[in-house]
Design a protein around this ligand. Structure first.
Ligand code: 4GX
Length: 224
């Protein structure tokens, strides 16, 4: 997959996407990730990317010209252009799975009060929010989307890394898990898990996953 990111803060992307699984995906050629500085598509001496809103009011908006020029230069027919903003659809695992099936993505991150509305109307295929809180800019949301999508690309996760998906796909939280020692500071691992009764273990895990979900995330619970 090719992912282009358009941002005013390219340096923010240096650490998180150069580590661990995303680093490995890039090295293996499974992900072609390019970070672009929106200021590279300005033409004035001050590299102006923002301006005041017509009609007055507080805050600055990203001007349309650099965004139009950048997106029109970088996108291909196959590219899904996605804006990141608190006004977008709420990002979740289902949307991550949907995006993982695309050939190319372009993530466009706002700043200040947001985008000139013509960017949204004309260039955006989609608009996503990572949650109901306000960040200083869209770089972290873009990295969150990239991380969640890239780990779903075929070949990116090893067998030991991929188990977590199943429970979320099944709509339940994980059951509690333990590793050695069997007793730690007086706290014992549940007897059934060390019993070797595989059918009993399965049953216990299913019950625990349901209980955890009901207690902590009832909103995930499917009616049944
Ligand atoms: N999930 N932010 C975007 C600027 C902005 C404001 C309005 C467009 C419209 C955020 C989030 C988020 C802060 C990124 C404001 N852009 N983005 N930025 N939560 O809080 O995605």
């Amino acid at each position: 997959m090719k992912i282009d990111v358009l941002t005013l803060f390219p340096a923010m992307f240096a650490g998180p996407l150069d580590e661990s699984i995303i680093k490995r995906a890039r090295a293996a050629g499974l992900l072609d990730l390019k970070i672009h500085n929106l200021r590279d598509w300005t033409h004035d001496r001050h590299k102006t990317v923002d301006d005041r809103p017509f009609g007055g009011g507080p805050g600055m908006l990203l001007k349309p010209e650099p965004l139009f020029e950048a997106i029109e230069e970088l996108r291909r027919k196959s590219t899904r252009v996605i804006l990141l903003s608190p006004a977008g659809r709420k990002f979740n695992q289902q949307i991550a799975r949907e995006l993982a099936r695309e050939k190319d993505l372009m993530l466009v991150t706002g700043h200040y009060e947001g985008f000139d509305e013509r960017v949204r109307e004309t260039l955006a295929d989609d608009e996503l929010s990572i949650g109901d809180y306000v960040l200083t800019n869209g770089a972290l949301p873009a990295m969150v989307v990239i991380d969640a999508v890239v780990r779903l690309l075929p070949g990116v996760l090893g067998d030991d890394e991929s188990s977590l998906d199943e429970s979320f796909s099944a709509g339940l939280l994980e059951y509690p898990t333990y590793t050695r020692p069997a007793e730690f500071r007086g706290m014992k691992v549940p007897e059934v898990l060390v019993s070797g009764h595989h059918a009993e273990i399965e049953k216990w895990r299913r019950e625990q996953a349901k209980r955890q979900t009901k207690e902590r995330r009832p909103d995930l619970m499917k009616p049944d």
